[in-house]
Design a protein around this ligand. Structure first.
Ligand code: F6P
Length: 363
């Protein structure tokens, strides 16, 4: 039975920023509930905000959402378009990216846009809401670094991929008596490194939030070797940095990093070999953490988030991002999310737990 009392009759939906498993499950949750329960029309917007700028859109049918619960990536495509960084917008020129977005929104007679994305996407959503558009955000990222929500969809699937990789590295590290360094994603936050490093039994976990001292790492690895452990696993978040680097300002840090053409995992491996003489090898997991099908948890989370967004559309509860807080799904004002990232807190219970089982964080 369709309830025709919805405040939203027609909305656009887009996916923006880095892709991840769970995007299609979330799209499915929003669209199926909105169409089947409330009779709404769904307009697919291609390639993130670029689809709004270029009016690259298409009215979607129920069939477009069949069989996508377990599909990785996004059926809509994505981009890293940042409309409010457009020079025409900044200089007040006509036909700026935000202006084109607002024109498309009017032309398509949308009552709302639903944006699935990370910090940048939800920040752009907030700016568009300030310009008068109705916006609902959904927290997507493998980095889990969005404030006001306990978890983002895509995160736990990436933790599973990275953990499986760490498990595999144990056997080859053991066979070759080596130190295995595995570099994981996570952008400027250490959530992915912390969760996968703990789940994978990493001996050392390096996070952006805890700048490392190579002497502390080396002592831990040499102590392990002297205690008869013939291998070690070092998990390095891509945003990790040394104590020395942490003292540099942004410009000096950038200059320092430009001197080296290799990523942090390789730099840490070199420092470890030079300091300890222990043979080291590096694996950079990269985009494997963004690929594949969503894990069961993310399918459930995506369905809960997506259908909750449909409720918000029905009630006309705009200007918010769907969030999970203390195991309850609710809407939080986009204003509280915009422009922020959520680092691992230094008093994190998981950091404490990992230390209790002997993990070294390089400090
Ligand atoms: O935000 C997700 C993420 O995978 C980060 O972990 C990573 O640093 C970044 O995207 C990579 O960006 P791109 O896909 O543009 O190379």
């Amino acid at each position: 039975m369709v309830n025709k009392q919805s405040k939203t009759k027609r909305f656009g939906i887009l996916t923006s920023g880095g892709d991840c498993p769970g995007l299609n499950a979330t799209i499915r949750g929003v669209a199926r509930a909105a169409m089947d329960k409330y009779g709404m029309e769904v307009v697919g917007i291609r390639n993130g905000y670029r689809g709004l700028i270029e009016n690259d859109t298409q009215l979607l049918s129920r069939d477009d959402f069949g069989g996508i619960l377990t599909r990785g990536g996004t059926i809509l495509g994505t981009s890293r378009e940042k409309p409010f960084k457009d020079k025409d917008w900044l200089s007040g020129e006509k036909n700026s990216a935000p202006e084109l977005i607002m024109r498309t929104y009017e032309k398509l007679k949308l009552d709302c846009i639903v944006v699935l994305g990370g910090n940048g996407t939800n920040t752009t959503g907030y700016f568009l809401a300030k310009e008068g558009l109705n916006v609902i955000g959904l927290p997507k990222t493998i980095d889990n670094d969005i404030v006001e929500t306990d978890v983002t969809f895509g995160f736990h699937t990436a933790v599973g991929v990275a953990t499986d990789a760490i498990d595999r590295l144990h056997s080859t590290a053991h066979s070759h008596n080596r130190v295995m360094i595995i570099e994981v994603m996570g952008h400027k936050a250490g959530w992915l490194g912390l969760f996968a490093g703990t789940a994978g039994g990493g001996d050392v976990i390096l996070l952006p939030e805890i700048p490392y001292d190579i002497n502390s790492i080396s002592k831990h690895l040499v102590d392990r070797a002297n205690a008869g452990k013939n291998f070690s696993i070092v998990v390095v978040a891509e945003g990790a940095l040394s104590k020395e680097e942490a003292k540099l300002d942004k410009k000096e840090f950038k200059k320092q990093r430009e001197k080296s053409s290799v990523s942090i995992g390789y730099r840490v491996a070199k420092e470890i070999e030079e300091a300890t003489g222990l043979e080291s090898r590096v694996t950079v997991l990269g985009y494997l953490q963004r690929g594949g099908i969503p894990c069961a948890y993310d399918r459930v989370l995506s369905t809960m988030f997506g259908t909750y967004a449909a409720e918000m559309l029905f009630k006309g509860d705009y200007g918010k991002m769907v969030a999970m807080r203390n195991n309850v799904v609710e809407g939080v004002p986009l204003e509280l999310v915009a422009g922020k990232i959520k680092p691992v807190p230094l008093d994190s219970q998981l950091v404490f737990a990992a230390r209790q089982v002997g993990t070294c964080f390089g400090d």
